[in-house]
Design a protein. Structure first.
Length: 745
């Protein structure tokens, strides 16, 4: 380890969110400056520091010190004090003013600034207001340093320390010593595990009421990651006893206390079923969705004669021939405030949607189209010939304030005070919409606007909490038309035929006599990996007329040899291997390389994007990338510390290195993540795995992602078992019951 000391001569880069800093250190008596890199939440140019770390050699920037620990030394001599004040550390004081202050007060300068700041006004050029401002800045920096030193004794990282200090300021010690679990409510990114670890180091009892309450909130947050809106009380208590190491009685008491405070909602399920425990946010979101759907659900008068005449004219104009069930769908869509259209692939949903749109337009009514993802919106645009947007863009994302509840309607410009201006709103791929996004959407739809929800109830539910489409269907409170007939052109595709057979639990032909559905039997994972790479890189692009990046590998799992993580490592090396001509950036053991296929895995509402023409003319610009957006890394700029990524819908993003934790390789993605997307060809590497992941609806969802070709590589027996496995992972949701409750009011 190297130890150095000197003045911070120049800060070249600083991330204010986590304190990551690059600065030049000027050592006493030395002629050269040393580049130092690390997390420094509370340093300024001009300060004298002692640093310790390892010398490294950066491929572009040469020798630098990777700092592991540091100490800020208070300037002791007049020259050091003057240098610090004149460095720009205190706004409003330049080198000339710093010299005047030190000349006036000498070794007593810092004491004067801290305790008698009014005396600064004795110096020409410093007003009373400026003196107070200098004092405030000095105290803030001093407070930050003291806070960092206090937090370091509890092994709190620099990144988290900055967040804690920004949130609490001078109250920080009081908050942490009384209830460190308060951070889980106040500071984004601080979860129960982090707060619990800090509380333990601070000597707080594991049986404290604050810990138990925070543990209950954490358990419900974790359940939401698996799609649950609530947990049955026995499951919640059982999980928390294991998590917290306290008895069930203490947890039950905490549930009662939090219920009395309305921080938890306890709903009786009736009969012998256990009580349902909700967070208050989840319960009132679900209840709000039910009430708003009820308010929209009204009937519109419709003349049978006029409807028949108008629809006949539309069929002629569109050169289509709707069957009886499709005509019923158009009638129900026009005649109701809320209508659901469901059906599998090849059953004519797109044709029916086009007829519905044309009918509204023939009445002079305006229609808005949207879908949950960029890919799904693009498909909707192609199918209808009209612009379809993501739901986020439809609602006009404004910003996401730090600490704001995800999908809170306040983050959208469109809401009840500024509603969507349309007579009808059509949402495709509704099964992908979670309860929070549905809540935000409904807040923006005024009463009198028709809402048409389109989807396939046999697809997997949303990644986020809830089971919106299925719960609305089960409620029986709204008109529904389910398309089941497979049309002639669809019958020519074995992808569509097999998808419906899989959905019915029937066997499918895997004899490779098809033109678009293949089974390559392989019996070990290494052979499967090799075959998958060959298909994506060499075989399928020619067969379907696409590029390797258009071919998508889908798998049920994240872990294991044929899980997403290992598949991506293998496919990156096979499809986009290292090259002297390709710049790389490594972080967290992951190598991002120019040409890599990547996916955004968290919503980022602030990140900026732009769409340009081939000549570079700006066409559109905005903010926001969303979970599931995919793109290609076109350029990596080490000097600017960013990657240029072009996403599927043409959005170019200059992606900072500091945010790459939200990015994953996407040569392979989970089947769940693929929802709402279509690909020219899909490859499914399936040998074996947990029964809960090898289910009928997972296979159905995977197969229906392909347009021109499905290739399964692996075990035929496992595919047969998946078709026979009708089990689905249970989701605890109450929207169906909330709808029925509100309908009876």
């Amino acid at each position: 380890m190297e130890q150095r000391e000197g003045y911070i001569e120049h800060i070249k880069f600083r991330n204010p969110d986590n304190g990551y800093t690059i600065f030049q250190l000027s050592e006493p008596g030395g002629n050269d400056e040393l580049t130092c890199v690390g997390n420094f939440p509370a340093i300024s140019e001009g300060e004298y520091v002692k640093v310790e770390g390892a010398m490294t050699v950066h491929v572009l920037y040469g020798e630098q010190l990777q700092v592991s620990s540091y100490e800020i030394c208070v300037p002791k001599d007049r020259l050091a004090v003057e240098r610090y004040l004149g460095s720009g550390a205190i706004k409003g004081i330049g080198q000339t003013m710093a010299a005047r202050i030190v000349r006036k007060f000498g070794d007593d300068t810092f004491r004067i600034i801290e305790r008698e700041p009014e005396r600064l006004a004795e110096i020409r050029g410093i007003s009373d207001r400026m003196a107070r401002d200098i004092h405030a800045q000095f105290k803030e920096k001093q407070g930050m340093r003291e806070a960092m030193m206090y937090l370091q004794q509890y092994n709190i990282s620099g990144t988290l320390a900055v967040k804690i200090y920004k949130q609490y300021g001078e109250k920080m010690r009081t908050v942490l010593e009384e209830n460190p679990y308060q951070m889980t409510e106040d500071i984004p990114g601080v979860g129960f595990k982090t707060a619990d670890s800090i509380a333990e180091r601070m000597g707080i009892s594991g049986f404290s009421p604050e810990r138990i309450r925070a543990g209950l909130v954490y358990a419900l947050q974790l359940a939401a990651q698996y799609g649950h809106i609530y947990l049955p009380q026995p499951e919640l208590i059982r999980y928390c006893t294991d998590l917290l190491g306290v008895d069930a009685e203490a947890i039950g008491q905490a549930v009662s206390d939090m219920s009395a405070e309305r921080k938890l909602i306890v709903k009786s399920a009736g009969g012998e079923e256990p009580d349902q425990i909700y967070s208050s946010v989840a319960y009132f979101t679900e209840l709000g969705v039910a009430r708003m759907l009820r308010d929209l659900n009204c009937r519109y008068e419709l003349s049978t004669e006029e409807f028949t005449r108008r629809l006949s004219r539309i069929e002629s104009n569109l050169d289509i021939d709707l069957d009886g069930i499709q005509k019923e769908a158009v009638r129900e869509a026009v005649g109701n405030g809320v209508f659901l259209l469901t059906g599998g692939p090849g059953t004519g949903k797109a044709t029916t949607i086009n007829a519905i749109i044309s009918y509204f337009e023939s009445l002079g009514l305006s229609v808005l189209l949207a879908a949950p993802t960029g890919r799904a919106a693009k498909r909707m645009t192609e199918a209808t010939g009209r612009e379809a947007r993501t739901i986020h863009r439809l609602l006009e994302v404004s910003h996401m304030a730090e600490g704001q509840e995800e999908f809170h309607r306040g983050m959208f410009q469109r809401n009840e005070d500024n509603p969507l201006e349309a007579d009808a709103v059509i949402i495709d791929e509704t099964s992908m919409v979670d309860v929070y996004l549905m809540n935000a959407l409904l807040h923006a739809i005024p009463i009198g606007t028709r809402l048409i929800l389109v989807g396939d109830q046999n697809q997997l539910p949303s990644v986020g909490p809830g089971n919106i489409l299925r719960d609305i269907l089960l409620s029986g409170a709204f008109p529904v038309v389910c398309l089941t007939k497979i049309f002639r052109q669809a019958e020519e595709s074995d992808i569509i035929v097999n998808a419906h057979r899989i959905n019915r639990g029937e066997s499918i032909a895997l004899d490779n006599k098809s033109k678009d559905f293949f089974m390559m039997r392989r019996h070990d994972s290494q052979t499967v990996l090799s075959v998958v790479a060959q298909l994506v890189r060499d075989k399928l692009p020619k067969y379907v007329g696409a590029t390797p990046s258009d071919i998508q590998v889908l798998t049920p799992m994240r872990k294991g040899e044929l899980g997403v993580e290992n598949l991506n490592k293998y496919l990156q090396e096979a499809i986009n291997p290292p090259s002297p001509s390709k710049v790389e950036y490594e972080t967290r053991g992951i190598v991002f390389r120019e040409g890599d296929k990547v996916m955004q895995v968290r919503n980022n509402y602030q990140i900026e994007w732009e769409i340009c023409s081939k000549k570079g003319t700006l066409i559109d610009a905005g903010t926001g990338l969303y979970n599931g957006d995919m793109g290609i890394i076109r350029n990596i700029n080490r000097f600017a510390e960013e990657m240029e990524i072009v996403f599927d819908d043409g959005k170019t993003v200059h992606y900072p290195f500091t945010q790459t934790e939200d990015l994953e390789h996407a040569y392979a993605v989970t089947i769940h993540k693929s929802q709402g997307s279509e690909y020219p060809a899909v490859v499914l590497p399936i040998l074996t795995g947990p029964r809960m992941l090898l289910t009928r609806n997972i296979l159905y969802t995977a197969v229906t992602r392909a347009v021109s070709c499905v290739t399964i590589v692996g075990s035929e027996d496992t595919i047969r078992q998946m078709i026979g496995n009708a089990n689905e992972q249970k989701r605890y949701t109450g929207l169906c019951e909330r709808i029925r409750e509100t309908a009876s009011v």
